[in-house]
Every structure is written in structure tokens, then in C-alpha cells.
Design a protein around this ligand. Sequence first.
Ligand code: ATP
Ligand code: MG
Length: 314
Amino acid sequence: MIEAQQLTKRYGEKTAVDGLDFDVKPGTVTGFLGPNGAGKSTTMRMIVGLDAPTSGSVIVNGRHYARHQAPLQEVGALLEAKSIHPGRSAYNHLLALALTHGIPRRRVDEVIELAGLGTVARKRAGAFSLGMGQRLGIAAALLGDPQTVMLDEPVNGLDPEGVLWIRNLLKALADEGRTVFVSSHLMSEMALVADHLIIVGRGRLLADTTVADLVREAGGDTVQVAAQDPARLREVLAGPGVAITGRSGSEELQVTGLSAREIGLKAAEHGIALFELTARTVSLEEAFMNLTRDAVEYHGSTTVETLETVGSNA
Ligand SMILES: Nc1ncnc2c1ncn2[C@@H]1O[C@H](COP(=O)(O)OP(=O)(O)OP(=O)(O)O)[C@@H](O)[C@H]1O
Ligand SMILES: [Mg+2]
């Protein structure tokens, strides 16, 4: 369990984290989402005491991280995967960490196996690829068999097999009743692994919600229908919670509040011919963009005008 209360971090004039209140609960994967610079890494650093809050507080498993007797066994964190002595082997890196906490060698072998590092464990960590470094960082996070696991952008640099591995790993950890907190700026990736979402923009909380609720709030599921007699179809579909739109004179209708199956059955019942019946789920990426549009700090400059301005300055 992670509990943040009015958590705030300022760097001079810049407020990186701005009065965040949230809980991350055990037994589910919680995604921590936000555009670049939203304050995700800063929040995660404060959770493990690498940065001190300017005001507010955050506690893990009931107390401040630094107050835990054996922090590695409480919270496993991946923040900067490549914070490893480059000349040390993966095995020795993990063994050194284990020795600081009285963790047996056998556990080092276990996490090496778990992270799929068996064949490279004796090689210098400095020569590791980005993906290998990421796996080593995850192995280190799991070393103490912690109740709470926190990973900052864990899929960065992983190949498709690695991405799938992370997804299954996070779900398995949550199923064991652990608290799993994972950041990403990719909604599509989070949608596949997280049940709960905490979304931030410019350091502020934008949403604390489930994936299902986010879709519903963003407009829910719409079904696109084309019918021979759209006016008649409107009549037979009308009811509480059902919304139907469509241009007059057009065969096409957009229906929310009924499934494609329900619409198909109603149409058949009343002998109305359908030409199209397509369920259109609002993309989560769209929902995320809508939420964070005003909170994006680093927009790509795509307009011709901007390019011309840059050109004339050069
Ligand atoms: N040590 C620091 N000194 C000054 N400013 C900082 C420092 N660390 C972070 N910031 C600023 O705080 C803001 C939040 O940064 P943070 O790294 O937490 O964002 P993020 O959500 O992790 O972004 P990304 O998706 O790019 O990783 C940014 O504007 C960043 O420039
Ligand atoms: Mg970050």
C-alpha cells in the first residue's frame, strides 16, 4: 500500500509535483500515467526517499520508506535501470545488494532465472543492452521478495517478448496480493496490464479511476448502425439510457447504451434490414489525450508556421 497526501515537490520556481492525493492498493496493478515531465519519476523518487517532499507526505506499507528496517523487503523499485557499477557482473551486483539485507544466495539465483538473465549473469553489466539492463533492474527490485513493487517505465527498451514478460510478471505479482505501481506515458501499454489508473499532468492529479470507467466517461461504447429504415429503427431502439444520433436523411445512426447484439436482435424482431453493425470502442489513447491535452508541456511543433519561424531564426 502506498499513501500520498498533498504530496508536493518544487525545484525553485518549478512545481514538479503539486498536491497529489492518492492511494495505491494491494492486489491490483496500478498504472501511473502522464505526459513527459508530468512528475511521475519525481513522485516515485519521493516514495522511496530519494527526494524529500517540499510539503505533504507519502508512506509505504504504513511508514516512511526510510523508517523501514529492511526497505528492500518492503519496496522493490526500478527507477534508473542503469545505476549499476559497469565493471561488476549482474550476479555480483545482485549478490552485493542481497548481502546488505541478509538475503540468501539462493534468492539471487532465483531472480536471475526469473528475469531471464541466466546466460549473461556472469558478464559485465556495463556491456548490457538497454533491455538487459532493464531486466537486471527488475531482478534487483524483486530480490527482497517485497510486498510493494514500483517500476518507472519498465517496458522501455524491451523487445516484444520482454514486454509480454513484464505484463505477465506484473499481473502475477498483483495476483499474489502485492501492491504494484508502474509508470508509463503509453496509455495503450497500460490498458493491457493495469486495472487502476492514476493520471497526472503538470504535477497535478487528473484522474484516479479504472480503465473501464475511463472508457465510459470518455463517451463509452458507440455502435455504428446503417439501416434501410433508420427512422423506424430509432423508434424501436428508443428507451432509457439509450442515445441515438445521425444526420437526417442518412442511413447511418450512432447508438450508445445498447450493445451491437441487442441492436441486431431488435432490428430482426421488427424486420428492419441492417447494412452495418459495428461496435466502436473509444480508444483509451484518445481518452488519455483528451484528459491530458491541456497538461502537455512539451508539444511537438507540427505547424508550418512554427517551422517557418524556426527557419527564419536560423
Ligand atoms: N532534479 C530536478 N531539478 C529540477 N527540475 C527537475 C528535477 N527533476 C525533475 N524536474 C522537473 O520536474 C518536472 C517533472 O519531472 P519528472 O521527471 O518527474 O517527470 P516524468 O513524469 O517522470 O516525465 P517522463 O515521462 O519524461 O519520464 C519536469 O519539468 C522536470 O524538468
Ligand atoms: Mg520519468
